[in-house]
Design a protein around this ligand. Structure first.
Ligand SMILES: [Zn+2]
Length: 329
C-alpha cells in the first residue's frame, strides 16, 4: 500500500436477519441486517450500530438515509454512538445508518424501482421490490422499538433548516421534539405511508428530524443534530446529562406549506433559513432569460422559513419556500 494511505483495522460485523437485542451483551455491536437479495444473489444488508446499555430502559431507534441521498444522518449516528458509554446506559440505542441501501449506492432519494420508500410503509409481505423491502424493514427492525427518530434532509435543489416534524398533540412525542435543539418544530400528524406514521401505528413515539441538504455532509448541522439527539436520550433517561446542551430555541409551528411558482424563470429566493417573514414581504423574484423581472412573490401571511429552494431553474410549479405558521403562544 502506498505511504500516503493509512489503513485501519476493520471491526467484525455480525450478520443478522432481525433485530434481537436480548442475546446481546452490554456494549457496542456492529450488525448487518439482511433484508433482500439483489439480482446477483448478494444479500442487501442494512448497517446497524447497536448500543446495549447495562441497565434496563427503552429501545430507541435512529434511522438515516431512508431517502438514499439524504446523508447528514449517517455521521450524526456515528458521532452520537461514539460518545455513548454502554456501562452507564439504561436501554438500547439502535442506529440504522443506511436504510435505503440501493438508493444510497445510486445517489438517489428513491428505491431503484423509482418508488419513494417513505410513501409506501408498511409495505407488503409479497409485492414488488420496494414493497417487500419496506415490509421487512418494519418487521425486522422497526417493530421492537419504543421510540424512533427518522433522520432526513431536504430533497435535491432545496435546503432545510434543522427542523423536526412531530405530532405535537402527543405528549411524549412533543416532549422529545422540544429536547432536540431544532430551529423549528412543525406540528404534523404524519402522512400516510411515511415511516413515522407507520411507527406511530405500532405505538412507537416517532419523529422526523430534517438536517440540511442532500448528498452532502454538513459538519455544522451534523453537530447540532448530534447534540440534540443526545439531549433527547437524556430526556428519555437512557443516558445521564453530559456537558453539551442543545439550545432551547425552536419556533413551534402549527402547520406549514410550500409556495410554488405560477410560471417559469430564473428563481431568486430572498429570505434565509429559519428567518421570520412578515405578511406581504417579498420572498422571491423570478427573471426571464433576458434578465427582465416577471414576478415578485410575497409571503401570504407571517411565518418562518422552514426550507427553501436552492435551484434557480424554475419551471411553472417549482417550489419556492416552505413557510411555517407559528402556533399561538
Ligand atoms: Zn427524506
Amino acid at each position: 500500500m502506498s505511504d500516503w494511505i493509512t489503513a485501519f483495522e476493520r471491526r467484525p460485523v455480525q450478520v443478522v436477519d432481525r433485530l434481537a437485542v436480548d442475546g446481546l451483551a452490554p456494549g457496542i455491536h456492529r450488525l448487518a441486517l439482511e433484508l433482500i437479495e439483489d439480482a446477483t444473489g448478494t444479500p442487501v444488508r442494512i448497517p446497524l450500530l447497536v448500543v446495549r446499555g447495562a441497565g434496563a430502559g427503552p429501545m430507541v431507534g435512529l434511522t438515516a438515509a431512508v431517502h438514499g441521498n439524504e446523508l447528514n444522518g449517517i455521521p450524526t449516528i456515528h458521532r452520537l454512538v461514539k460518545r455513548l458509554d454502554p456501562a452507564a446506559m439504561r436501554g438500547t440505542v439502535v442506529g440504522a445508518t443506511i436504510v435505503n441501501v440501493p438508493g444510497f449506492l445510486r445517489y438517489d432519494r428513491l428505491f431503484p424501482d423509482e418508488r419513494d420508500l417513505n410513501r409506501i410503509f408498511p409495505g407488503k409481505p409479497a409485492g414488488n421490490e420496494s414493497d417487500v423491502y419496506a415490509h421487512r424493514l418494519v418487521e425486522r427492525l422497526i417493530a421492537p422499538l419504543d421510540y424512533l427518530l427518522d433522520l432526513h434532509t431536504a430533497s435535491f435543489g432545496r435546503v432545510n433548516s434543522y427542523y423536526v416534524r412531530a405530532d405535537m398533540n402527543d405528549e411524549v412525542t412533543a416532549k422529545v421534539a422540544r429536547t432536540l435543539g431544532a430551529e423549528i418544530i412543525v406540528h404534523n400528524e404524519g402522512a400516510d405511508g411515511t415511516l413515522r406514521a407507520c411507527a406511530a401505528e405500532h405505538c412507537i413515539a416517532a419523529l422526523t428530524v430534517e438536517i440540511g441538504d442532500p448528498q452532502v455532509i454538513d459538519r455544522g448541522k451534523v453537530k447540532e443534530s448530534r447534540v440534540g439527539l443526545r439531549d433527547a436520550l437524556e430526556a428519555l433517561d437512557v443516558v445521564d446529562a453530559d456537558a453539551e446542551t442543545a439550545p432551547r430555541r425552536a419556533v413551534e409551528c402549527q402547520r406549514s406549506y410550500w409556495l410554488y411558482t405560477d410560471t417559469g424563470g430564473i428563481l431568486d429566493v430572498l429570505p434565509g433559513l429559519a428567518e421570520a417573514v412578515e405578511a406581504g414581504e417579498p420572498i422571491a423574484h423570478l427573471l426571464d432569460p433576458w434578465g427582465h423581472k416577471v414576478r415578485t412573490y410575497r409571503a401570504p401571511e407571517a411565518g418562518v422559513v422552514v426550507g427553501r429552494s436552492t435551484n434557480p431553474v424554475a419551471s411553472t410549479g417549482a417550489r419556492i419556500l416552505h413557510l411555517g405558521i407559528r402556533a399561538p403562544s
